[in-house]
Design a protein around this ligand. Structure first.
Ligand SMILES: [Fe+2]
Ligand SMILES: [Fe+2]
Length: 376
């Protein structure tokens, strides 16, 4: 029977210590293969939880193991999306590969927590556990209590894999890269190269650098539109006495950064992800203004309103009705402007038979009521 070790984790990014753990497990138990399985993630985790999107993490896994025949990878958890349970993964793997004996590798510090995982009995029934322990950090008595508990309660078969010091973590590597250490000595060269190419884990790029990158990334007409949105956002910022014009400029500059990579609605949330990961923007207000610029949402922040409106009325737009009036109105009544924009947009979409996003309708209803209440 083929013996496969599972190495799970976020791998943000995968590094050489992961590979060392895999090899140590292989040597101890004569495994035939180590399968690396990165976790999936949601939009929220990617933009606000500091987890790099699955696409990049998986690409780095692939590059890191490409020259090491012991390793394979699976996107099983990424495909499932959202939060995934180890038990589900093991059930799926045992169904897909019935002739494999599975070993699940985990850090000794995770064993105590495993009691509270979803269905630990399922995990222990379908895989033996390999506990990677760092000798300098491990409380032996505590570990033995946990092992005894898991063995008696769930019939777990547990192998302890002692490791000499592995003085590195993904968070330390991210921090190093933020401070300019790239290529990084704990990464495969191809992974360092990938991080460099995609600007991952770096500081916020300057406006000039972002503009230069966007010129290559989006169509010239889209870039022209972006310049119009910046100009309009600056005008609105001044008219509304918004105290952070530089935030307005940055949100406007990046609002359509994903336009070539996604569709009419998808480019807004994806744009927020790209702004954070590839251009290093951390300001949640800016990221949310990018996120909501197509549909809006009830009770928007000032910056969200500004980008939503500027996107619609920038000087390059000429096809929508009432633009002249809207450009006037926007200077002193943002909420009514949003209501009017959505009224025009929704009636246009209805007449053309296009599908209407529920979020736009919700925004419309909110600002309609808002306007009615003020009329009194
Ligand atoms: Fe857009
Ligand atoms: Fe736009």
């Amino acid at each position: 029977m083929k013996k496969t070790g599972i190495l799970g984790g976020t791998f943000d990014p995968i590094h050489l210590a992961h590979e060392r753990i895999g090899h140590a497990a292989q040597e101890m138990l004569g495994l035939d293969e180590i399968m690396v399985i990165p976790t999936g993630n949601s939009y929220f985790k990617t933009v606000h939880g500091n987890v790099t999107s699955a696409k990049h993490r998986l690409a780095m896994v692939r590059l890191s193991i490409q020259n090491d025949p012991l390793f394979t990878y699976s996107d099983i958890e990424i495909k499932r999306q959202g939060y995934t349970f180890t038990a589900d993964t093991l059930l799926e793997l045992t169904r897909s590969f019935p002739d494999v004996k599975w070993y699940f590798i985990l850090g000794a510090d995770s064993l105590a927590g495993m009691k509270t995982w979803f269905a630990p009995e399922v995990i222990c029934r379908h895989a033996e556990l390999i506990l990677a322990t760092r000798e300098d950090q491990c409380d032996k008595a505590e570990l033995e209590t946990d092992i005894k508990y898991m063995t008696e309660r769930y019939g777990a078969v547990i192998h302890v894999l002692p490791l000499s010091d592995l003085p590195v973590s993904s968070s330390q590597i991210r921090e190093d890269i933020y401070n300019g250490i790239l290529p990084h000595p704990m990464l495969e060269p191809a992974v360092s190269q990938y991080i460099k190419e995609h600007g991952l884990y770096g500081r916020q790029k300057s406006e000039e650098e972002i503009a230069a990158s966007l010129k290559k990334r989006i169509k010239p007409s889209r870039f022209q539109h972006t310049l119009g949105v910046i100009e309009t956002a600056e005008k609105l910022a001044a008219a509304w006495h918004y105290p952070y014009p530089e935030k307005a400029r940055l949100a406007a500059l990046l609002h359509d950064c994903a336009k070539s990579e996604s569709d009419a609605l998808g480019h807004a949330p994806l744009g927020a992800v790209i702004a954070r990961e590839e251009y290093g923007v951390r300001d949640p207000e800016i990221l949310e203004a990018i996120r909501w610029h197509t549909t809006g949402h009830p009770d928007m922040s000032v910056l969200e309103k500004m980008i939503f409106i500027a996107d619609y009325i920038e000087p390059g737009r000429d096809r929508a009705p009432h633009l002249k009036a809207l450009r006037e109105l926007a200077l002193n009544d943002p909420d009514k402007t949003i209501y009017c924009i959505l009224e025009d947009t929704l009636s246009y979409l209805r007449n053309s038979g296009a599908c209407i996003d529920a979020a736009s309708v919700e925004t419309y209803n909110y600002y309609k009521n808002h306007a009615d209440i003020r009329k009194g």
